[in-house]
Design a binder for this molecule. Structure first.
Ligand code: DC
Length: 215
């Protein structure tokens, strides 16, 4: 955090609602928003598109350094295969270093930024003004993802999605470099039995309190 910038860090597992929450917070305060998962996904997509291997750290790092934060397209990058490939390259320290550098540069934009991901409060922005850890039970997260797919008029297999959510959690929480975990000073928002709207209200009162303390 610089004197002019107010950074909000939002971490949590896949499908906990942190993306929706982050966008609402960024809109509310007029802050820049970065979904850092998209940076891992863009790197993975560039490797896949170029027919490059997903297990060569030096190649993946080179591609990671070429990712343009301004051009990240959620619709294109949200594909399941890209998410799978992203979680494989996200275990590579050199890839993480390259993407974390770009994310940190983004985090200093005035008047403020909201970054969401897995390691924002712990690694990318340890000095963020406010940190949230957004979570929900694996069942609830799988159900949300399932409903979202059905809502688009597509078909889905709940059990497969549930297994996928659990596998992603294991990979995100179990990796050696920057595993997913709440920062010591993060506010916990469990959305298992709380709507995203209620989580937003709770987050807003915490942010407002910090903003008025800093004013
Ligand atoms: O949130 P997502 O599904 O778009 O993330 C894609 C992958 O990138 C996922 O396996 C977790 C990883 N990721 C990460 O390791 N660190 C971040 N800050 C954001 C995402």
């Amino acid at each position: 955090m610089t004197n002019e910038t107010f950074t909000i860090a939002i971490d949590g597992p896949a499908a906990a609602g942190k993306g929706t929450l982050s966008r609402r917070i960024a809109d509310q305060y007029g802050f820049h928003h970065l979904d850092t998962g998209l940076t891992y996904r863009a790197t993975a997509k560039a490797l896949l598109d170029a027919g490059l291997p997903l297990d060569d750290e030096a190649v993946a790092e080179k591609i990671a350094r070429e990712v343009e934060l301004a051009g990240l397209d959620r619709d294109i990058l949200s594909k399941h295969e890209i998410g799978e490939a992203a979680s494989r390259i996200a275990v590579m320290p050199a890839v993480r270093r390259a993407l974390v550098e770009a994310q940190r540069r983004f985090s200093t934009k005035a008047p403020g930024t909201v970054l969401d991901g897995r390691d924002i409060g712990t690694v990318v922005c340890p000095n963020a003004a406010v940190k949230f850890y957004v979570t929900a039970s694996p069942e609830v997260r799988a159900r949300r993802r399932y409903d979202e797919i059905l809502g688009k008029g597509l078909t889905a297999d709940f059990d497969a999605i549930f297994e996928d959510v659990k596998r992603r959690d294991e990979r995100d929480m179990g990796r050696a470099d920057s595993p997913l975990k709440p920062a010591d000073d993060a506010h916990l928002l469990d959305t298992s039995e709380m709507s995203i709207e209620a989580a937003f209200q709770a987050a807003q009162s915490i942010i407002d309190a910090v903003l008025s303390r800093n004013a």
